[in-house]
Design a protein around this ligand. Sequence first.
Ligand code: NAD
Length: 360
Amino acid sequence: MSDYRIGILQGDDIGLEIVPVAVSVLQAAISKYPDVAIDWVDLPVGMPSYRRSGETLPQQTLDTLYTLDGWILGPIGHMVYPKDDPKAVNPHPIIRRNYDLVSNIRPTRSYPSIPSLHQDVDLVIVRENNEGFQPDRNMFTGKAEFMPTPDMALSLRVITRRNSGFVARTGFELARQRDNKKKVTAIHKNTVFKLGCGLFVEACAEVAGEYPDITFETRVVDTFAMNLVMHPQDFDVIVSTNMFGDILTDEAAGLVGGLGMAPGLNVGPKYAMAQATHGSAPDIAGRHIANPYAMIVSAQMLLLWLGEKKQDQAAIRAAQDIEAGITEVLSRMETVTPDLQGSASTEEMGEAVCRAILAV
Ligand code: NAD
């Protein structure tokens, strides 16, 4: 019997709609496997938490996360948080940093039924999460941006062998598991960033030596961005520093139907957090038309990661059932949300996925 303690942090705006759907899909999937149980733990975060307690990330939430196997974080609409209140922090960089969630795994997949720029796309970008050019998280204390004069701004980029190697290892393990090209492509600009990108590529090459069954190649980020648009089918697993990866993952999502189709899992040595790539979509919040795909697949990736970590075949099969269920719903296209040219609500699409899982 495997019992997982998984947190639910709904986030803001459409998070209140798509996170409960993702939870119900996981629950439907494990209902077929009596040996798997999930102990769900609701935790306050974001504006709903701020309205209740005056904090967007209460200490109680931070303390409880240490006791969990993993958690689902809904999108965070931090752009509208009060700017003058230090208790209105943007939760997700703090969470990624606190729990050492070094690798952000973002798959991109095309479906024949979904209008997209390319078909036969099946790639994963693994992006470093906690350093690089992100000034809100790449320092032990303080921020990595400052202005010595009113007319000059400096932004510091941090690259470490430890995090670069961790991201590379995440990528090589994925490439080994995936039934694809067995290839890892490291993205860099070491022609200019000789030290920063140089160290990243060196750390990736060190890890590559441990995976002789996987092809390793490197690409300069600018030509890679063009190749990704023109020939995304050439790639399998892509590993990248933080900012390049942030940009390339949205570019990749645009190739296959947009942000509603862009899931993600943040992983570290100990914890994992399901988090879709997209934001809180305030323009459609409350209308129950948000596409739950990205959040469902993010949660599915979490269940798979937990199952593999505990070598729990039942949890792995439940995760595989979710993939089969969502593929079925997307092949029929009868119960999909308006961004996919359907007329179903978020909840109706989620229920269709649950039914398809139970029928697998
Ligand atoms: P966004 O991703 O929220 O929305 C961009 C566009 O994509 C909007 O038109 C939106 O309606 C659409 N969209 C996004 N997710 C969708 C879904 N699941 N189904 C259907 N359509 C979807 O980006 P934004 O508008 O620039 O940002 C809104 C808020 O989200 C801001 O506060 C921003 O800072 C925040 N944000 C958070 C995250 C995160 O939590 N990981 C990521 C990006 C942006």
